[in-house]
Design a protein. Structure first.
Length: 130
């Protein structure tokens, strides 16, 4: 179990996921037209572009919270935030995914990544402050 805990440190999971979330959110906002064409086809509308921009921007708050949690919190508080962020993401996907359109998203790797974040928090929940 110690070998698994060694690689499942919530600090680094939060920092990496937060940083990647900020980057992908900004890129999705900046390239909304390309994302709309890729997701909705050549006949995309201004509404589709707005949807893509909004999706990119909606990633930023939770990504920033993850990044700051990884940098500023310690011990149990950091573990709780890791589990809360991943649990909140899973909850939103449980609601949004079945209610979505037929965009053909298929399997979303981010759900597995969020599982890693949750696991990292759970494994270190009782650790002393670091």
């Amino acid at each position: 179990m110690d070998a698994i805990k060694q690689y499942m440190k919530p600090k680094w999971w939060l920092i990496v996921i937060g940083a990647l979330g900020v980057i992908t959110g900004v890129v999705n906002f900046a390239t909304a037209e390309d994302s709309a064409e890729m997701g909705w086809g050549e006949d995309y509308t201004a509404n589709d572009v707005f949807y893509e921009k909004a999706w990119g921007l909606s990633q930023l708050p939770i990504s920033i919270v993850a990044l700051v949690s990884g940098l500023m919190l310690t011990g149990r508080a950091r573990s709780i935030m890791a589990m809360t962020i991943s649990g909140g993401f899973w909850s939103s996907m449980l609601v949004l995914y079945p209610a979505g359109t037929d965009a053909g998203y298929g399997f979303m790797e981010i759900t597995v990544i969020m599982g890693g974040l949750f696991t990292s928090g759970y494994l270190h929940l009782e650790d002393e402050e670091e």
